[in-house]
Design a protein around this ligand. Structure first.
Ligand code: HEC
Length: 121
């Protein structure tokens, strides 16, 4: 292999990796009017909520579309925190007090409320 081939292969690999990771990246979207120090606190909670969502909710709710990771755009009225525990039978079984605490549900709500909308159903 000459230098040209090696650099071409490297370039293609890196491009594909960059593309795949950017497609799967879930980002936040806080209101522009939010004060920077308030926002800083929210970002921390949001990051925690994201991890908790991955652990407790993603297996039933996250889908992929053309390689893109889709976390549903739940509406504000659907994001009702602890009452989610009893909204349906699957939740009653999966979202017990032992599996996810009320505080953790709150962080998950922060994550879902302020994640950037993907606008796909
Ligand atoms: C065992 C599978 C399962 C798990 C785990 C799960 N859900 Fe659900 N969830 C469902 C099903 C099934 C529905 C009803 C059908 C639908 O809307 O997809 C639902 C509905 C919902 C809704 C809509 C409720 C409404 O009012 O219409 C929200 C919001 C939601 N889930 C959030 C969550 C969150 C947050 C978690 C994690 C803390 C979670 N779910 C974990 C299966 C699950």
């Amino acid at each position: 292999m000459n230098k040209y081939t090696i650099s071409t292969v490297l370039f293609c690999t890196l491009s594909i990796m960059a593309c795949v990771s950017s497609k799967s990246k879930i980002t936040h979207d806080f209101p522009a009017a939010m004060a920077p120090d308030v926002r800083e606190g929210y970002v921390k909670q949001w990051e925690k909520g994201k991890i908790l969502y991955e652990l407790n909710c993603a297996k039933c709710h996250t889908t992929t579309l053309n390689g893109r990771t889709i976390v549903p755009d739940f509406t504000e009225s659907q994001l009702v925190g602890y009452t989610l525990r009893v909204t349906n039978q699957k939740h009653e079984a999966a979202l017990t007090d032992e599996s996810v605490s009320t505080e953790e549900l709150g962080l998950i709500m922060t994550f879902l409320t302020y994640k950037k909308k993907n606008n796909v159903k």
